[in-house]
Design a protein around this ligand. Sequence first.
Ligand code: HAM
Length: 420
Amino acid sequence: MSFQAPKGTFDWLPPRSERVLAVREALAAPLRRAGYGYIETPVFEDTQLFARGVGESTDIVSKEMYTFPDKAGRSLTLRPEGTAPVVRAVLQHNLHNGQLPVKVWYSGSQFRYERSQKGRYRHFWQVGAEALGAEDPALDAELIVLGARGFASLDLKQVRLLLNSLGDKNCRPAYRAALQEFLRGLDLDDDTRARIEINPLRVLDDKRPEVQAQLAGAPLVVDHLCADCRAYHEEVRALLTASGVTFEDDPRLVRGLDYYTRTTFEFVHDGLGSQSAVGGGGRYDGLSEMLDGPPLPSVGWALGVDRTFLAMEAEGLLGDDTAPRRVQVYGVPLGDDARRRMFLLVDELREAGVSADLAFGGKGLKGAMKGADRSGARFALILGERDLAAEAVQVKDLATAEQTEVPLAQVVDVLKEKVQ
Ligand code: HAM
């Protein structure tokens, strides 16, 4: 059998691949307008960065990492997410000693060894944003608004925003203890019992109906927020409301990564079935210290590009993407001399800003004209031996079938005019 892409991965092929590039651009555009700078970090990092940053007890670290030793015996991991690497880069390059907040965005592959299904892949793409070094509810609100604007710019109508606060190091411990006490009284299996002791908030996220049924009376973090966290959260909510960004308070929203404090949120889409989160994020005031850095209160999000694409498909926004307009002009050379001349002409056209392709493989007129049709070009340039002798080329408008002879010396200018 021939090779297949590994389980949980897939290929983006033209013409759809063009659309996914546009989706990435659209999600990043609001960040650029808000002064976020582009950052690129390595696809693999020291395994400990994620173990400490994302948290040993999370599914990501305990089950889903692509970890391998390199030839010198270092333990490396393909990045499962972008936040810990960004904090590592900021600390390593001392960006936090300059102007704060440090605002950066990224776009790249992430890797998680998850059970693959529609919308959940082992290799997926995120556009992310992080703002480091400021504790200011306006910064949380700014990021949330920028995420919402990105989805809106793609015409997505069914993205909902869920919002919660997880408290901070002052109020979370008491909440955690209250939650643990409640959970210990429930009828749960051994694995879940163990989770109560390590990461009780994750139990709230258990999807099984028999567990959910018992969680109805669980204590909620909103009822345990300290005065500072409550005021902070109210300010984020007020700014979102003033911006016209609608949200739903979701006191049960817990995230799958351990670094969150205070503001947490998720963008969900109802047309995606169980993998409904198209993006998520929150504040992570303690992450820098977990990575041996100074206190650096920060907030960020990552949007899932593959799921955003599926959401667009679910809303019928992709239209017919089977017949792309790939180039504007298509060269049809007939004979060897014409082929050499057409090769140069196509290059000239491209340099002049006109997109152009030509028939390869020594095709005859019929085959080459078929290529012209398939290319989506508006104009075919037909160059035969007699045209060459006359220093001219036939310009055929493929929409009207009208054909005119144009001197070779003028054809670039003529076409530049025509394709505008
Ligand atoms: P996350 O919630 O793990 O957060 O991932 C963010 C988004 O990536 C999800 O909402 C989803 O759209 C997409 N995603 C996650 N896993 C998969 C998968 N297996 N297949 C397809 N798409 C997926 C983070 O990664 C945090 N680093 C976000 C953040 C940034 N928090 C603060 N700053």
